[in-house]
Design a protein around this ligand. Structure first.
Ligand SMILES: Cc1cc2nc3c(=O)[nH]c(=O)nc-3n(C[C@H](O)[C@H](O)[C@H](O)COP(=O)(O)OP(=O)(O)OC[C@H]3O[C@@H](n4cnc5c(N)ncnc54)[C@H](O)[C@@H]3O)c2cc1C
Length: 300
């Protein structure tokens, strides 16, 4: 085998996994296409010791520290194929390059599908997914929650801690009686006419245009995009998926083992709650679990 472990995806989850393995002195290949999910945001928040740092700076530091370990190889590129091969796996990357590995960690993240076109250029700036990540920066401004999935009312119930909130059902996600009571108790206004467009200069939002022509003031828009796991590697290997709130994710056990023996998965691609710290934690677990499985195999 070329490597003990190949890690696909080199962001919060993948770098954290590779770091554990590097420190255990194992030959590791990290393959990363360089498109972390939060790359649209100027700053990342809530990650201990890095609050307010730019996503690019966090990744740069992580990679620099990992590169100091002599057993780590790094490829900037895309892994396109994974197949079972002998006792391990063959990974194809950058078109024609191949690596053989005894263990595989998938940390490829997810890709967001935003519900409105006018959200795309504003994503990560005035269109946001997580109040804990960016709510503080838009505090006290008029906030809109645009429903895009059945749990959206919960986001509406949370957001008044950051600013005056309007919940837009989009005519699709009517809150239950219990949710309506919570929204009302929290002072949230409920609007049933769909938002058709965001208005404002550049990446800012000033107001929302509704289907009936009205404009409603909003300077920050929260929505939960639909997500899909970035990369088909887990499907190619036959890993099982489970439905999360925003889309399917790879099924893992508490030590990040997928349903395919010796394939581990971590980060947004393998959890329903999406957050940098949680992804990093899952990466650490996956790295340790892969390392332990190599040891257990050797002594059994
Ligand atoms: C706009 C925005 C802002 C956010 N802000 C915050 C915040 O402030 N705080 C916070 O805690 N969370 C934040 N998040 C959530 C956070 O970005 C994610 O939880 C975190 O990035 C997930 O880490 P990950 O390692 O699982 O995946 P990602 O960070 O998405 O990284 C996956 C990596 O794998 C690579 N990859 C994918 N497929 C392949 C392949 N086939 N071959 C090689 N490489 C591949 C990608 O290019 C990417 O580099 C934000 C999310 C968004 C959308």
């Amino acid at each position: 085998m070329d490597y003990d472990v190949v890690v696909v995806g080199g962001s919060f989850a993948g770098l954290s996994a590779a770091l554990q393995l590097a420190r255990a002195r194992r030959p590791v290949l990290l393959i990363d296409a360089g498109q972390p999910r939060n790359r649209f945001a100027e700053a990342s928040h809530g990650f201990l010791g890095q609050d307010g740092a730019s996503p690019a700076a966090i990744m740069r530091d992580g990679l620099r520290q990992l590169s100091a370990y002599p057993t780590v190889d790094f490829v900037h590129g895309k892994a396109t194929q994974a197949t079972a091969e002998g006792q391990g796996f063959k990974i194809v990357f950058e078109g024609t390059c191949e690596a053989l590995t005894r263990r595989l960690i998938l940390a490829t993240g997810v890709t967001d599908e935003l519900p409105l076109r006018s959200m795309i250029s504003r994503w990560g700036v005035s269109v946001l997914h997580c109040p804990y990540c960016h709510g503080y920066e838009v505090r006290d401004r008029p906030i809109a929650v645009i429903a895009n999935q059945p749990m959206a009312a919960h986001q509406g119930i949370l957001l008044p801690d950051w600013g005056p909130t309007t919940y837009f059902t989009q005519g699709l996600f009517e809150p239950t009686a219990e949710e309506t009571a919570h929204l009302t108790a929290r002072g949230v206004r409920i609007e049933r006419t769909p938002v058709v467009e965001l208005l404002g200069e550049g990446q800012t939002t000033r107001a929302l245009k509704l289907a009936d022509g009205r404009e409603v003031e909003a300077q920050a828009v929260f929505t939960a995009p639909k997500t899909r796991v970035t990369s088909a590697l887990a499907e190619q290997l036959g890993c099982a998926f489970v439905d999360g709130v925003t889309g399917p994710h790879i099924q893992v056990d508490p030590m990040q083992q997928t349903t395919v023996t010796n394939v581990f998965a971590a980060g947004d691609a393998a959890q329903p709650m999406h957050n940098a710290t949680l992804s990093s934690t899952a990466g650490v677990l996956a790295g340790i679990a892969a390392h332990r499985s190599l040891i257990m195999e050797a002594v059994s």
